[in-house]
Ligand binder design. Structure first.
Ligand SMILES: Nc1ncnc2c1ncn2[C@@H]1O[C@H](COP(=O)(O)OP(=O)(O)O)[C@@H](O)[C@H]1O
Ligand SMILES: [Mg+2]
Length: 278
């Protein structure tokens, strides 16, 4: 999260009534993020599974150092949107740009693009037979071609960042779920991504383990990482997000500052959703 989000800037673009806009959705920026370059630009993205449309004409920008939280009911398309961003799913229409690179261009280098985006899922998928450290270094040596010592140094630094330097030599199975998820975060960070995507990173954890993972995510947000975070943790969204997007039926139904989304929601479905989850 960039520091100045809460201050009302009278010259900021209005996010007043009817943020149910679509084409303009990507243009709503907070005072803190207005000047930052756009890291991710999604334009008119649509996705269907077979004959079933799941994402309709999504427009969205994420700016450098911005934390965007995606909230919304189950089945609204949040995971599908993240998967399209990471090219794990192929959209039928629209464009995704990461910096200057168009990821949806016909001959885009998918592997190169993916290496620039970190993804943390609900299930952390660590290799059980490898040490924590090796889990972090494996992509560095195999994908990035880094030498082993350099990769180890980087792994140690990122394990330290998530509070797990002391566990480098352990097998993941010896760690709690929350610790394993923090290893997964360190693994993604070690690739030095331009953008981090989180899909319900805390949903599979026992409640007492959630807060350490959220603390790491908060530190990343305040440290200037660019992040798109699907979450059911409304406290996190309210405190750590620069903007919150409410997804409903495959559309971004409302987008704005946490204050606007949580205190002055327009959309009836958003008000209903919040009344159920808060
Ligand atoms: N691989 C798939 N094949 C067919 N339908 C899918 C697939 N993945 C998701 N869907 C459908 O797409 C819609 C959006 O799902 P999803 O993106 O997972 O929503 P959310 O993450 O918001 O819960 C849902 O109706 C879901 O059933
Ligand atoms: Mg999902």
């Amino acid at each position: 999260m960039t520091p100045a989000t809460s201050g009302g800037d009278p010259s900021a673009p209005a996010t007043t009534a009817h943020t149910t806009i679509d084409p303009a959705a990507g243009d709503i920026v907070t005072p803190a993020t207005r000047a930052a370059p756009v890291v991710l630009r999604v334009t008119r993205l649509s996705k269907s599974y077979g004959d079933t449309p799941v994402l309709h004409d999504i427009n969205l920008d994420v700016r450098r150092a911005e934390t965007l939280c995606l909230i919304g009911p189950s089945g609204s398309g949040k995971s599908t949107l993240l998967k399209c961003l990471n090219l794990l799913e192929k959209p039928q229409a629209g464009e995704i740009r990461l910096g200057e690179t168009c990821l949806t261009a016909p001959h885009a280098d998918v592997d190169a693009a993916r290496a620039r985006i970190g993804m943390v899922f609900q299930h952390f998928n660590l290799f059980p037979h490898m040490s924590v450290e090796r889990n972090v270094t494996v992509a560095l040596t195999s994908v990035k071609g880094m030498d082993r010592e350099q990769a180890r140094a980087l792994a140690r630094r990122h394990l330290d960042e998530v509070g797990l330097a002391a566990f480098a030599g352990q097998r993941p199975g010896r760690l709690s779920g929350g610790q394993q998820q923090r290893v997964a975060i360190a693994r993604a960070l070690a690739m030095e991504p331009e953008l981090m995507l989180f899909d319900e990173a805390t949903s599979a954890l026992d409640p007492e383990l959630v807060k350490d993972v959220l603390a790491v995510m908060r530190d990343l947000a305040s440290g200037g990482m660019t992040m798109a975070v699907v979450t059911h943790e409304m406290g996190f969204a309210r405190e750590a997000a620069d903007r919150v997007a409410f997804m409903c039926d495959g559309r971004i139904a409302e987008i704005g500052t946490p204050d606007r989304i949580f205190e002055r929601a327009d959309h009836p479905r958003l008000r209903q959703f919040l009344s159920q989850v808060l």
